[in-house]
Design a protein around this ligand. Structure first.
Ligand SMILES: Nc1ncnc2c1ncn2[C@@H]1O[C@H](COP(=O)(O)OP(=O)(O)OP(=O)(O)O)[C@@H](O)[C@H]1O
Ligand SMILES: [Mg+2]
Length: 361
């Protein structure tokens, strides 16, 4: 893995007065670019032809590197270009979707805002669960094999696939039936079956809190909260039960957008403590822990129990609901604070205190 020393070495060549904040053009890129510009940085977009329209209509990228495939990010000449422009890369969901964690950890010699070593933890379901449990969070139960299913479960496939091909089942039999259906509909392949993860389905509402772990201010901030707008699961309630059965609908979770949430205040103590505890464990497993944004994916039940089923140790697309401001960002910072800008602010403070090497890896 590329060490923090090697990255610090790269930084000595950087002109910190002329930094570019760069990212792949998708996911939360507009959020990141706007924030960077509001804090006075230049911005750089690694872009595909088909997405270029976004960065033309919202002209927030000062520099655009066109690629045919995002894996070109690893090409020497692209990396060289990024370094020659003094670029700090802000990773988002598309990085691990298009590149492997190994490639990012071993072959990408450009400073990344965030902790590279946690990428590995967040992309591995077992490691993730270990981390969250150690932080004292409540997790849904997991089942080792379909025969063990004794309640409603959600069967998940590896990797961030936006819930595509996920299955709900409440017994070994209904699991088998569902699998066949999904295979017939082309949403699942037989090869996927070995990698399937069976998790207790928590009945409740989705709540995704967005935190920011500041190394400069030694604090974990809660900046915004969202829930997801997912097709088809959010459409099912609009169809009467009888027709649902007739058509044989099973929910899928293709994310279409995000909706901002303001939590009832009595839930804040626990959500705030959860953020602190996750960072505390992170400092133990990969010092200095999470650098910058992270997000928990939770379900809150009707007796207000919070179950966490996933963590992202980076910016998530749900933070886009906070572009401009969110109630929590407003409470702490006043107007115009959001994750993209918070990242840039952290970088600005790091430069000011000559501690840039502490927030990039
Ligand atoms: N244990 C659970 N109980 C209830 N609902 C769940 C559970 N796990 C997941 N879900 C629902 O399924 C959706 C997709 O699940 P999950 O987040 O695991 O998928 P993913 O592949 O990681 O997608 P992404 O990378 O977009 O987060 C969630 O947004 C949520 O609506
Ligand atoms: Mg998820």
């Amino acid at each position: 893995m590329i060490s923090q020393e090697e990255i610090a070495e790269l930084l000595t060549e950087y002109d910190v007065k002329k930094l570019y904040i760069g990212t792949i053009g998708s996911h939360s890129a507009l959020n990141i670019f706007k924030g960077a510009k509001e804090e006075g940085f230049k911005t750089l977009c690694i872009c595909k032809e088909r997405d270029l329209i976004v960065y033309k209509k919202f002209p927030l990228a000062d520099e655009i590197i066109m690629v045919e495939d995002f894996t070109e990010l690893l090409d020497d000449h692209v990396q060289e270009k990024l370094r020659s422009l003094n670029t700090i890369i802000v990773p988002h969901g598309s990085f691990t979707a298009y590149l492997s964690t190994e490639q990012l950890m071993n072959d990408f010699y450009v400073p990344i805002f965030g902790n590279r070593r946690l990428l590995h933890w967040e992309t591995n379901r077992e490691l993730q669960a270990e981390w969250l449990k150690r932080a004292g969070l409540k997790l849904p139960r997991t089942f080792n094999k379909p025969e063990e299913i004794d309640r409603l479960v959600i069967a998940k496939l590896p990797g961030a696939r936006g819930g595509r091909g996920y299955i709900l089942a409440k017994s070994p039999d209904s699991f088998k039936r569902r699998v066949e259906e999904m295979i017939n509909r082309g949403l699942l392949s037989r090869g996927d079956l070995e990698k399937i993860h069976l998790q207790e389905y928590i009945i409740g509402v989705n709540v995704y809190p967005h935190y920011f772990s500041s190394i400069m201010r030694e604090d974990v901030e809660l900046l915004s909260v969202d829930k997801r707008y997912e097709s088809t699961v959010d459409a099912i309630g609009r169809i009467p039960a009888e027709e649902q059965i007739e058509v044989g609908i099973s929910p899928t979770y293709t994310i279409v957008g995000n909706i901002p949430i303001t939590l009832r205040e009595s839930l804040l103590p626990e959500f705030l403590r959860m953020g602190d505890n996750v960072q505390k464990v992170a400092t133990e497993i990969a010092p200095p822990g999470i650098i910058g944004p992270f997000c928990l994916e939770t379900v809150v039940t009707d007796n207000l129990e919070i179950y966490t089923f996933e963590i992202s140790a980076r910016i998530v697309a749900g933070t886009n609901v906070g572009i401009g401001t969110s109630p929590y960002a407003y409470l702490k910072f006043g107007e115009k604070m959001y994750i993209g800008r918070r990242i840039a602010l952290e970088l600005k403070e790091a430069i000011e205190f000559k501690r840039l090497h502490n927030v990039v890896t």
